[in-house]
Design a protein around this ligand. Structure first.
Ligand SMILES: *[C@@H]1O[C@H](CO)[C@@H](O)[C@H](O)[C@H]1NC(C)=O
Ligand SMILES: *[C@@H]1O[C@H](CO)[C@@H](O)[C@H](O)[C@H]1NC(C)=O
Ligand SMILES: *[C@@H]1O[C@H](CO)[C@@H](O)[C@H](O)[C@H]1NC(C)=O
Ligand SMILES: *[C@@H]1O[C@H](CO)[C@@H](O)[C@H](O)[C@H]1NC(C)=O
Ligand SMILES: *[C@@H]1O[C@H](CO)[C@@H](O)[C@H](O)[C@H]1NC(C)=O
Ligand SMILES: *[C@@H]1O[C@H](CO)[C@@H](O)[C@H](O)[C@H]1NC(C)=O
Ligand SMILES: *[C@@H]1O[C@H](CO)[C@@H](O)[C@H](O)[C@H]1NC(C)=O
Ligand SMILES: *[C@@H]1O[C@H](CO)[C@@H](O)[C@H](O)[C@H]1NC(C)=O
Ligand SMILES: [Cu+2]
Length: 512
């Protein structure tokens, strides 16, 4: 007996209309307006009366540095141009769209090797071309991980101070456009699909792609909070079974509760909510772009009647699986740790990762919008924790012993593998094999799945291990409070024009 279930995904195809007035700016210089590293509040690269610039600190070579801006005053229609002299005519990922000219309020760029790189940013009035401000600063890129090994803890095990530093850092990223930049990338990763296997979901790279993705987020949170002790909290949701609906994680103490059906499912209280409703403090305002189901964060708990939450017994069974993945290496794989954890082996392990997304509803229930809900990082840190524990239990040091599949030149990938392409005479599923560059940053599974790498980045503390971690400022300075409230509402909309077309895709999920 096979039943069918349809998981609806809204795929936002992003067409960029890069502003035609965004021209190279190397001819403009104004040395009196160049300030290097005036730091206060979060660890900002620039912090002047006119402009604040966020830039990921402690990033290693080959990984993306995300840059975001807040203008204080200035033209309502501004042209924001960046240049990276040592990189030459480099392309950027602007507001989630790859390979754009480096213009716009938020973008990311990859510095290929370690060193100190100059960055200059010039802001002009788009209508008059009048200079508003120009700043230069440096970004220092390290050879490897430059952050002390962190400890990721269960949400409930954070101290009150740690939880509030995490919340505040998330709001700083929101203010600088960085959170939404990351969220748009998570959305755009859905575009690259072959046989429903995308760059990030429905295939072997599901686990390494998300490990890299949330690690970038973690470094941004540390920068925003000027605190290297900030780590991603994980949500051990099987622990909340059987009374999942009363999980304290889904209350105003942590990630907030259900949406209010009378206001279209908007979340109206807690740390991430719609401040146009009186029960939501203005400092908790968490707007979501309209094209991603905004303008508010929405949730509709258990509205998807088919959504189920896997149990601890199912999780225990899954973590005993020896094989990482197997043919056809997609959502139809009927065995293997990856497919089970993602939630495709329903009859044995339940819905795992997918079930949590569906049960919460709102933005979180659709892949292209899910990162706009901040609970994403705690959910995916938990998925990553289980993979990490699985790797450690098997003694994984690399792909050997079934620790990753498909490996490079894997004979299990052939002409009948869905979505396979013949490259240089070998059948491959691009973006998913051990050394393949994963979209969009070019980081490979081997860059995150080798024991010597991931075990030096962070470890996971068992649930119930109460934290005593002290803050570790990156630079001497105060908290980030100033930037949580300083940003004018809607400041992002003035600068970049993006057109989003929603395409509804259905993935048929078969289960026994
Ligand atoms: C540089 O800044 C000064 C001081 O505000 C201003 O007078 C001058 O016009 C600026 N130069 C350019 C080239 O915009
Ligand atoms: C971006 O450009 C680089 C270099 O031109 C190219 O190798 C890469 O495939 C491009 N990425 C995308 C997603 O188009
Ligand atoms: C901003 O200025 C540019 C150049 O003058 C113009 O084309 C564009 O329509 C303006 N955008 C807004 C939102 O005013
Ligand atoms: C920077 O430039 C702007 C616009 O030209 C000017 O109003 C401001 O005074 C300058 N700031 C400094 C510190 O020179
Ligand atoms: C980068 O390194 C240079 C020289 O080591 C140092 O002066 C500067 O403060 C550093 N910048 C940042 C943003 O850490
Ligand atoms: C899974 O198999 C079904 C047929 O059983 C097929 O229709 C579907 O396209 C397959 N999905 C993927 C992702 O290969
Ligand atoms: C392709 O690989 C699959 C899985 O390893 C295998 O079952 C199948 O027989 C192979 N097909 C061909 C044509 O080699
Ligand atoms: C293709 O194969 C040749 C011969 O084995 C090798 O030299 C070359 O590097 C390969 N190219 C790519 C892109 O893998
Ligand atoms: Cu997810």
């Amino acid at each position: 007996m096979r039943a069918r279930r349809t998981l609806s995904l809204i795929l936002c195809c992003i067409f960029s209309l890069s502003p035609s007035h965004a021209s190279p700016t190397s001819s403009i210089s104004n040395s009196t307006n160049s300030t290097i590293n005036a730091l206060s509040g979060p660890a900002l690269a620039v912090d002047t009366d006119q402009l604040a610039v966020f830039t990921t600190r402690n990033q290693q070579a080959g990984w993306p540095v995300i840059l975001g801006t807040v203008l204080r005053g200035g033209p309502t229609n501004a042209t924001i141009s960046w240049s990276f002299p040592q990189l030459g005519s480099v392309l950027c990922t602007v507001s989630g769209v790859v390979n754009q000219s480096c213009a716009g309020p938020v973008l990311d760029v990859i510095f290929p090797s370690a060193g100190s790189y100059g960055v200059s940013i010039t802001i002009t009035d788009a209508s008059t071309n009048a200079l508003f401000t120009t700043q230069t600063f440096s970004v220092n890129i390290s050879t490897g991980n430059a952050v002390p090994t962190g400890t990721r803890r269960e949400v409930r095990d954070l101290t009150t101070g740690q939880w509030s530093r995490f919340v505040q850092a998330a709001h700083v990223l929101k203010t600088f456009g960085v959170w939404d930049h990351i969220a748009r990338l998570h959305s755009a990763a859905m575009q690259d699909k072959s046989m429903e296997r995308s760059a990030s979901h429905g295939g072997p790279s599901f686990l390494p792609w998300h490990r890299a993705f949330i690690r970038v987020t973690e470094l941004c949170l540390q920068t925003a909070g000027n605190d290297m002790s900030i780590t991603l909290p994980y949500w051990d949701w099987t622990f909340d079974q059987p009374s999942f609906a009363s999980s304290p994680i889904l209350t105003d103490s942590f990630f907030g509760g259900n949406g209010d059906p009378s206001v279209n499912g908007a979340v109206t209280s807690g740390h991430f909510c719609d401040a146009s409703v009186s029960s939501c403090p203005s400092s908790s305002n968490w707007p979501v772009p309209v094209e991603f189901g905004g303008p508010t964060l929405r949730r509709t708990f258990a509205a998807d009647l088919g959504a189920t939450i896997s149990t601890q017994a199912q999780m225990d069974a899954l973590t005993a699986v020896e094989l990482y993945d197997q043919s056809p290496f997609d959502a139809n794989s009927t065995a293997g740790f990856r497919a089970g954890m993602e939630g495709w082996i329903l009859g044995v392990y339940g819905e795992m990762h997918n079930g949590i997304h569906r049960w919460l509803g709102g933005q979180f229930s659709n892949v292209p919008t899910s990162f706009f809900d901040p609970v994403f990082v705690a959910h995916h840190a938990n998925i990553d924790r289980h993979w990490y524990a699985w790797q450690q239990a098997k003694g994984c040091v690399d792909w050997n012993d079934g620790c990753y599949a498909p490996i490079d030149d894997d004979p299990l990938v052939n002409s009948s593998t869905p979505g396979a392409a013949q490259l240089n005479g070998t059948w491959r599923i691009p973006g998913h094999q051990w050394s393949d560059h994963m979209w969009p940053w070019g980081i490979a599974p081997k860059d995150v799945a080798t024991a010597s790498i991931y075990s030096t980045w962070y470890t996971y503390a068992d649930r119930g291990t109460l934290s005593t971690d002290a803050p570790m400022p990156i630079v001497a300075g105060e908290g980030a409070i100033e930037f949580v409230s300083a940003a004018p509402n809607g400041f992002l909309e003035h600068f970049v024009v993006l057109l989003y077309v929603a395409v509804v895709v259905s993935i048929a999920v078969s289960f026994l």
